[in-house]
Design a protein around this ligand. Structure first.
Ligand SMILES: Cc1cc2nc3c(=O)[nH]c(=O)nc-3n(C[C@H](O)[C@H](O)[C@H](O)COP(=O)(O)OP(=O)(O)OC[C@H]3O[C@@H](n4cnc5c(N)ncnc54)[C@H](O)[C@@H]3O)c2cc1C
Length: 369
């Protein structure tokens, strides 16, 4: 049974919404997490079949509950989906499933949300935990490709068997683009178009996970405002030496430069070379998709959500799970709990006292994973 008059409405029941729920449960406020999927963990379940996390189990945890299994091993996406489901059960978090928020607006000093079924929910504060990696950002040149070319994104990609035979171009060489390129290399001719240079770090050093080192050296918790944080934001390294470009080449993936143009079945690269392709997989990052957030002052002109460390300049509006919201871990399982704790304290303080926090006007636009 859903409460239609809340103190805090959390929109999104993925890991960010659940971490928020964990911390809000410590306070005596009426809150509810709303999730559009039928099951908790579905955003992980719906990802491509072979996806294994790059964070070991010990660094894929939310506050208060370990992921079962070898802490040094890497969990599959379905394992994490089930972990999230058991997390919500374990802490008895109030999650309303199969309910989507279709509109959110300010009303009488608080907010009014409308669900897909037309129900109204009034809340004094709202946290958007709707995911930083939701809407694929596909470049405009995709429109110049002919309809003979199958175009997909990591969200619509499930397994190699889904693709017709022929030449596949994967555009974008982040961790996701590289993983999918290797997988497709076993069944297809694959080209991987790179963007800015990316650093790949080893998975383990002196027998310890790279995340153990990053944690102990304070790098995992380095804020976006620190020198280390600024460097990491610029270089965006990811672990997994198996994903180094030269190793990909050895496994048959042709590494090519930036895509600058498309024309029919042809793709033109920055060095002027042209190749005919049958499939293009755009692994080119993500953008915010919050048309339903009918609060113009919460977004910039491109529709990106504005906040300072998750605090909007709109009173009592918050975000959690944003990429680099505060640290590299903000949009990872291991770091979202710290952001949720920080926000829960401020949300409760503001509801109890009406005191404004130091919310800024700075932009934290989404970036490619
Ligand atoms: C391919 C890939 C690999 C990744 N690998 C790792 C990894 O190895 N380790 C790691 O720590 N992180 C990884 N991440 C990053 C991150 O952990 C995931 O993206 C994670 O799913 C983010 O959790 P979230 O709760 O912020 O968002 P999501 O999991 O996207 O959850 C948001 C939820 O909000 C719901 N929602 C959205 N809008 C509404 C609405 N209007 N009404 C109701 N519900 C709504 C959605 O249904 C969804 O369930 C990876 C991401 C990707 C894309």
């Amino acid at each position: 049974m859903m409460d239609h008059n809340l103190d805090i409405l959390v929109i999104g029941g993925g890991q960010a919404g659940l971490a928020m729920g964990y911390h809000l449960k410590q306070a005596e406020h009426r809150f509810q997490v709303i999730e559009r999927h039928p099951r908790i963990g579905d955003s992980w379940r719906n990802r491509y079949e072979s996806l294994t996390l790059f964070t070991p189990r010990a660094y894929s945890v939310l506050p208060g509950l370990a992921v079962p299994g070898d802490p040094d091993g890497y969990p599959t996406k379905d394992e994490i989906a089930d972990y999230l489901e058991s997390y919500a059960r374990h802490f008895e978090l109030p999650v309303m499933l199969e309910t989507s928020i279709e509109s959110l607006e300010r009303m009488n000093g608080g907010f009014r949300a409308i669900t897909g079924a037309g129900e109204l929910i009034y809340s004094r504060a709202v946290v958007l935990a709707t995911g930083a990696y939701q809407q694929p950002a596909v470049p405009a040149i995709s429109k110049d490709l002919s309809s003979e070319v199958l175009q997909i994104t990591p969200e619509s990609y499930k397994a190699p068997s889904q693709l017709p035979s022929g030449r596949v171009l994967v555009v974008g060489d982040g961790a996701t683009g590289r993983q999918i390129a290797v997988e497709l290399g076993a069944t297809h001719e694959v080209l991987l178009a790179t963007g800015r240079p990316r650093r790949v770090s080893p998975e383990r050093i002196l027998g310890k996970s790279i995340f153990w080192w990053l944690d102990k050296l304070g790098i995992l918790g380095a804020s976006r405002e620190s020198a280390i944080g600024r460097y990491l934001m610029k270089t965006d390294p990811f672990p997994g030496k198996a994903l180094e470009l030269k190793r990909l080449q050895r496994r048959g993936v042709a590494v090519v430069g930036r895509v600058v143009q498309a024309d029919g079945k042809n793709v033109i690269f920055a060095d002027g070379r042209t190749t005919e392709v049958d499939v293009v997989l755009w692994a080119t990052g993500y953008r915010d998709a919050a048309d339903w957030l009918e609060i113009p002052e919460a977004k910039n002109e491109d529709g990106n959500l504005l906040h300072q460390r998750g605090v909007s300049s709109v009173p009592n509006l918050y975000f959690v799970g944003r990429s680099w919201q505060w640290t590299r871990g903000s949009a990872l399982l291991a770091g979202v709990g710290a952001d949720a704790a920080y926000l829960a304290e401020r949300i409760v303080q503001r509801l109890d006292t009406g005191v404004m926090d130091e919310a800024g006007e700075r932009t934290n636009p989404s970036y490619a994973h």
